[in-house]
Structures are given as structure tokens and as C-alpha cells.
Design a protein around this ligand. Sequence first.
Ligand code: SAM
Length: 290
Amino acid sequence: MGLETDLISEKQLEPDPGVLYIVGTPIGNLEDFSPRAKNILSKVAIIACEDTRHSGRLFKKFKINASLVSFHKYNIQSKIPKLLEALEKGKTLALVSDAGLPSISDPGEELVAASRNGGHKVICIPGPCAAMTALVSSGLPTQRFCFEGFLPSKPKLRNSLLKTIAQEKRTTIIYEAPHRLIRLLKELSLLCGEDRAIQVARELTKKHEEQIGPTISDALKYFDKNKPRGEFTLVLGGATTEGIKTKSDKELIEALEKLIAKGVSKNVAAKEIATKTGYPKNYLYSLIHK
Ligand code: SAM
């Protein structure tokens, strides 16, 4: 009884003027739109949206009539002063992204930092997040984990980050687009070995939700037969202590070339260095051909 009264009175007080509300929205299932999120969004004067048309469709369903302002990665710097001005005037303001939590591989962090620097309170109305949803349903260790979001596409940056991820002992969460999923799985297979634990979460919270694993080779076999469609979040198991490798590509190539110069075949050289260093044989073989 007491708790219920508290919740009702708190709900009636929100939103406070001059506060920036960061509001989580569903990542698929509209039932995940929380009553508190809907209440705030239906009462604020302005909602900054990653895509006003996309969020407009969601808001129409829930009779949310605030004034929508576009706030996406290409206009962040020009929009922040205007949004801060609204907060200074005591307007009620919320930020949403297309889906999930703003600021998680979505616009938000710059506005939050600028609001805080400007002395404004920031309150997050928590909601679904693909990364956390995938992690807790993966069965992989959750005590310590890291989040990489989307990996960079520039080859040098990408390769060096992939190598770091392969060595990471904690569970790693990665976002990937469907048309790049197989390429990423192949890259991970090469660097982590095909037996590394993985759960590929597809279409979380939606009708066709599924988890594909438990190893990289199982996921690759599955996607060989089933074209990747929908939204994907990868949860990669951490490297075991024995799997931690410390050699640079240059050192590995030198070791391989030494053996090859002695007349050992490329295949046998890759196998031998794999046994000595713990790097997957296929990865070493690919270095020879670089
Ligand atoms: N801010 C969002 C969040 O809190 O999860 C993430 C936005 S990011 C631009 C979009 C990526 O999140 C997708 O490309 C996909 O990798 C992942 N994602 C979003 N919804 C998902 C879902 N229903 N199932 C699996 N992954 C999802």
C-alpha cells in the first residue's frame, strides 16, 4: 500500500522542468515500453529523437504528442546549444534513440555531458538494451564483461581491435549488421579459434528470437544454411588463460619464415608455431600469405 502510494506520487511529479530525461524504448517488443517511460514522454514539452519519423510512429501508438526535434550523429554539435537553451528556460526535455537505450551505440553521451557541464540534472528512465539482453541470455560469464559496440571498418583499426578482443579474458559483446555477420564470425574464428564459445542473439524480444551457438564453428555452420536476417548481437566467451597470446604479427611471421627457410612446408610451419604459441593454425597460415 505504502509503496504503491509512493510510486503514484512520484509519477505525478515527473517530469521536472530543466531536467534532461534519457528514456529507453523497446528493441522490438512494444510490451517492453515501461509505464514510467510512456508517462514521461507523454508529459515532456520536447523529445529529441534520433529519427523523428521512426519515433513518431511509436509515439502515435501511445498518444505521445510532444514536439519532436531531430538529434542524430550528423547534427549533434549544432543541436546541443538549442537543447541546453530549452533546459535553461525550464522546459521539460527527453532524449530517445530509434530503439533501446540512447548513448549505447546511439547518440546521447555528448548531450548528457553538455547538460551536466551546464549544471542540469540528467535522469535515465531505464529500458531495454540489446547488449544487456543478449549477455544475460547467453549463458556466458556475466560477472565481468566488456562492450565493443560496432567494430570499426578500417582494416588496420579493425584488425588490431579484433586481436585485442581475441585476447580478452572477459565476455565481449559486439553489435553487427546482418550483411556483415558472416565476415565477422570468420574473422573471430581465425583469431579466437573455431571452438571459442559464442552466442549470436538474433531478433531479441521479437517473435523470431533465437540464440545461435555454442561455438563459432557452430554459428558459421548455421549461417551457411540460414542467411542472416534481422538484428544481431554477438556475445563472445573470453580467452582462457592458456589462450592468452603475447606475440606480435611481426614476431609470428619471423618464426614462420625461419621454419619455411629450413625447407618446412607452410602447412607444417603453421602447425608447429600454433603448438608453440597457442595462436590458431589458420591464423598463422593466413599470415604467411599476407
Ligand atoms: N541503443 C541500442 C541498445 O540499447 O541496444 C543499440 C543501438 S545500435 C544502433 C543497433 C544495434 O543493436 C543493431 O544493429 C544490433 O546489433 C543490436 N540490436 C538492436 N536490437 C536488437 C535485437 N532486437 N536483437 C538483437 N540485436 C539487436
